[in-house]
Design a binder for this molecule. Structure first.
Ligand code: SF4
Length: 251
């Protein structure tokens, strides 16, 4: 492999405002994906593989140019399938800048513990999806049948290396934010996802995303009672709930 395909890059506001630098995040969205979820919100990359090809040197220069433009962190979206290629550039970036610009990895949850341990060598903040738990739900949304078990093992591996978060005041410099998209048709499964995270001793942040774009049907928003119930469940299990990127305070 001589290049990596990138859909887009630039300065954006990150979803979770508590993550250091997310007010001016240097985002890189890789083209392609190792999954093919039926609810994919970026089919132009996962299915159509649109983008521009970058050599390793050009990718390194892209990271540097994001910093020069004023990025306060580097956020890599869907890097798993291109990791072997980009890893040397990321190591070089860390070597050059130390820990000053946190490296955020937005991953699908469908990664092996061994792969997570490789990511952990350079990652500051992990943002793994935990999309579904039950095999029948996974199959219904075109995920691999055993997605839930794989995501649970991936989260365990992430938690082993990034359990103790590093806060700078109220911003997270190092740690984990699990993302879970609420799909209104599968509400009970969301409860099972929270339980599966708790089962492996996860007590970190979990961001519930309440807007779901259903292919062909448009935007669906999870009802408030479902969101509140999930937030309550997470809190009772010692998980720190967030809703659409914001911490949900108790009370
Ligand atoms: S993991 Fe994300 S990018 Fe990949 S197919 Fe699923 S929704 Fe799309």
């Amino acid at each position: 492999v001589k290049s990596v395909r990138i859909l887009q890059s630039g300065l954006h506001r990150g979803e979770e405002s508590i993550v250091f630098g997310n007010d001016r995040s240097g985002m890189v969205v890789f083209s392609g994906c190792h999954l093919s979820c039926s609810f994919c919100y970026t089919p132009e990359t996962s299915r159509d593989f649109i983008g521009k090809d970058f050599s390793l040197e050009a990718f390194s220069s892209l990271l540097e140019s994001l910093v020069e433009q004023g990025a306060r962190n580097i956020s890599l979206i869907s890097p798993s399938h291109v990791w072997n290629f980009i890893e040397p550039a990321l190591q070089q970036f860390k070597h050059t800048h130390g820990g000053y610009y946190p490296l955020i990895l937005k991953v699908s949850g469908f990664e092996s513990p061994a792969q997570i341990r490789r990511f952990a060598r350079v990652a500051d903040v992990f943002v793994p999806d935990f999309k579904v738990w039950d095999e029948s739900v996974a199959t219904a949304v075109a995920l691999p049948k055993h997605y839930g078990r794989v995501a649970q093992a991936a989260l365990k591996a992430i938690d082993e290396s990034h359990r103790a978060p590093t806060w700078e005041g109220t911003v997270l410099r190092r740690g984990t934010v699990v993302r879970h998209l609420l799909m209104p048709d599968y509400a009970p499964d969301s409860c099972d996802v929270v339980k599966a995270a708790w089962q492996i001793g996860y007590h970190g942040l979990m961001n519930f995303m309440t807007c779901f774009i259903e292919p062909g049907k448009g935007l669906k928003r999870a009802p408030a009672h479902q969101v509140d119930a999930l937030v309550g469940q997470a809190r009772s299990l010692g998980i720190v709930p967030m809703v659409d990127g914001q911490l949900r305070q108790a009370g």
